[in-house]
Write a protein that binds this ligand. Structure first.
Ligand code: PGA
Length: 255
């Protein structure tokens, strides 16, 4: 049995007032929900105020990125220890916007994942193919390679702390989600890869989220898929009523 895990990726949105209001609204709406793992990932600069708004709630805090060095002359970067100091449990690593807009490589992503795991942060490790790659039948190859390179050098014990988020790039922020069947097909392949590399027991325990235009209207059918264990939500996580509705849908599902 895997506990469903819904995380909100706020991206470069909100300000000091709206970030706290969003967090406080979720705390209010979701207080009774105990059977779903919930996290929100605000911009770095609002982590501490959102952490305060979430305190005494079951909603956990995550960051959207991290740098792999411990400290020093890395202007503009944020370390794992800083994130922990601000109350983070999770950190998103390898999001497609960082891969494709900021040019992050599999190697850099691997260094970040290793640093995060070592520091005791739980990575939400994003993988996913471009539309062109899907159209050319390369989806499985691309995702397989991103996972292999991203997790390189981690022990099975360390891999256990990682959540994988399958986010087809063509579905992110486009309003066009993968169909539940398309999501399941890739999630099943990811779990098979984890099984081949780390064994059946670990693969069964790993959480694999889907991301890409997840919203209240498609939450139930996506989460009904046997290998879809949660959602990484962008746009819809910016509205209390939408994200709360998605979490409540997850809470009501018998998986
Ligand atoms: P979206 O973003 O829900 O707005 O498509 C998902 C993500 O990028 O994590």
């Amino acid at each position: 049995m895997r506990t469903l895990f819904l995380a909100g990726n706020w991206k470069m949105n909100t300000n000091s007032a709206t970030s706290v209001n969003l967090a406080a609204g979720l705390v209010r709406e979701l207080a009774p929900i105990q059977n779903v793992r919930i996290a929100v990932c605000p911009p770095f600069v609002y982590l501490q105020s959102v952490a305060a708004a979430l305190s005494a709630s079951q909603i956990e805090l995550g960051a959207q990125d991290v740098y792999y060095e411990g400290n020093g002359a890395f202007t503009g970067e944020i370390s794992c220890e800083m994130l922990k100091d601000c109350g983070c449990t999770y950190v998103i690593i390898g999001h497609s916007e960082r891969r494709h807009i900021l040019g992050e490589s599999d190697r850099l992503i691997n260094l970040k994942i290793k640093a995060a795991v070592k520091a005791g942060l739980k990575p939400i490790f994003c993988v996913g193919e471009l539309l062109e790659e899907r159209d050319n039948g390369k989806t499985f190859d691309v995702v397989e390679q991103q996972i292999r390179k991203g997790l390189e050098g981690l022990s099975a014990e360390q891999v256990k702390t990682v959540t994988i988020a399958y986010e087809p790039v063509w579905a992110i922020g486009t309003g066009r989600n993968a169909t539940p069947q398309q999501a399941q097909e890739v999630h099943e392949r990811i779990r098979r890869q984890l099984k081949e590399t780390y064994g059946a027991e670990l693969a069964e325990k790993m959480t694999i989220q889907y991301g890409g235009s997840a919203k209240p209207a498609n939450t139930a059918e996506l989460l009904a898929q046997p290998d879809v264990d949660g959602l990484l939500v962008g746009g819809a996580s910016l509205k209390v009523e939408d994200f709360a509705a998605m979490v409540k849908t997850a809470a009501a599902l018998k998986k």
